[in-house]
Design a protein around this ligand. Structure first.
Ligand code: IPE
Ligand code: IPE
Ligand code: MG
Length: 262
C-alpha cells in the first residue's frame, strides 16, 4: 500500500528550526483561554473556541515533526465545578471538534484516544468520542490522547481500586505489585511517559495532570495564552527540551560515562 501523504497546514519554516533530540511524548496543559477572551472583551467560551484552532495547529505540528505521542489536557475532573454554561459550552465544543476534525485526523494518520472518567460524559458525547476512537484506531503515526474529565489523583485512585480487586479475587499477589503494575492500570497503559510537559499562560503548577507519569518529565512554561500558541512556541519548548541534561537522579559524570560506552 502506498504511504499516505499527510495534509498538514503548519509553518514548516519554523518547525524546520527544531534542533532535537525530540521527546517521544509531549503533554500540554492548555491554559489561558478565559484570560485570552477577557483581554479582548469577549465571553470565556470564545477563548475555548479559539483554543480549538491551537489544538489543530499543535496536532499537525507534532505529526509533521514525527513526535509519536501527544497528550492534551482539555478538561479536568475539577473543571466540572465551573459555571454550568461554561461546562455545557465546553462539552458542545468537544462534540463539534470531533465531528469537524474527524476526516483530517483520519487522513493524517492520527489515532485519537480519550483519557479520563467516561462515566461523567453525556451518552451522546460518549458515542461521538468512541466513534472517533474506533475510526482512528488503526492509525499509528501520532497517538493523540485527549484528557477530558481527567484528574491524575482520580486516575491513580481507580488504579489502586482495580489492583485491590485483583488481589481480593486472587488473580494478583500483593508482593508482585511493582511500578509496571500501577502503570498498567492507568488510562495511559502502553504509552511511554511524557518527556516534556508544556504549560501555557505562565502558571507554574501541575493542576492534577499525569501525576504518576510525569515523574521525570521536563517542564516548559510559556506566558503565551493557549489560543495564541503556535509553531514558534512549540519549537521553543522542543529546543529547550533538547538542550537539557536529563539526569534521572544520576550525576553528569555518570551520564557521560554511559554515553561513551555506547
Ligand atoms: C484552559 O483555559 C481550558 C480549560 C481549563 C477548560 P481556562 O478556561 O482555564 O482559562 P483561564 O485560565 O481561566 O484563563
Ligand atoms: C488545568 O487548567 C486544566 C486544563 C488545562 C484542562 P485550570 O485552569 O483548570 O487549572 P488551575 O485552576 O489554574 O489550577
Ligand atoms: Mg485556567
Amino acid at each position: 500500500m502506498l504511504a499516505r501523504k499527510p495534509k498538514l497546514h503548519v509553518d514548516e519554516a519554523v518547525l524546520k528550526t527544531c534542533t532535537g533530540p525530540m521527546p517521544k511524548h509531549v503533554g500540554i496543559i492548555m491554559d489561558g483561554n478565559g484570560r485570552w477572551a477577557k483581554g479582548r472583551g469577549m465571553p470565556r467560551i470564545k477563548g475555548h473556541h479559539e483554543g480549538a484552532n491551537a489544538v489543530r495547529r499543535t496536532v499537525e505540528s507534532c505529526r509533521y515533526l514525527e513526535i509519536p505521542h501527544l497528550t492534551l489536557y482539555a478538561f479536568s475532573s475539577q473543571n466540572w465545578g465551573r459555571p454550568q454554561d461554561e461546562v455545557t459550552g465546553l462539552m458542545t465544543l468537544f462534540d463539534v471538534y470531533i465531528k469537524k476534525e474527524r476526516q483530517r485526523l483520519i487522513d493524517n494518520g492520527v489515532a485519537m484516544r480519550m483519557i479520563g472518567d467516561r462515566s461523567r460524559l453525556s451518552p451522546g458525547l460518549l458515542r461521538a468520542v468512541e466513534g472517533l476512537e474506533d475510526a482512528t484506531a488503526h492509525n499509528s503515526d501520532l497517538i493523540l490522547q485527549v484528557a477530558v474529565s481527567y484528574g491524575g489523583r482520580e486516575e491513580i485512585l481507580s488504579a489502586v481500586k482495580a489492583i485491590a480487586k485483583e488481589i481480593s479475587d486472587g488473580t494478583l499477589r500483593a508482593e508482585d505489585i511493582d511500578e509496571h503494575t500501577v502503570s498498567d492500570h492507568l488510562y495511559t497503559r502502553n504509552i511511554p511517559d511524557p518527556e516534556l510537559i508544556i504549560r501555557t499562560s505562565g502558571e507554574f503548577r501541575v493542576s492534577n495532570f499525569l501525576l504518576w507519569q510525569a515523574a521525570y518529565a521536563e517542564f516548559f512554561v510559556t506566558d503565551t495564552m493557549w489560543p495564541d500558541f503556535n509553531e514558534v512556541h512549540l519549537r521553543d519548548a522542543l529546543n529547550s527540551f533538547g538542550s537539557r541534561e536529563r539526569r534521572f537522579g544520576l550525576t553528569s559524570a555518570q551520564l557521560s560515562e554511559t554515553s561513551e560506552e555506547e
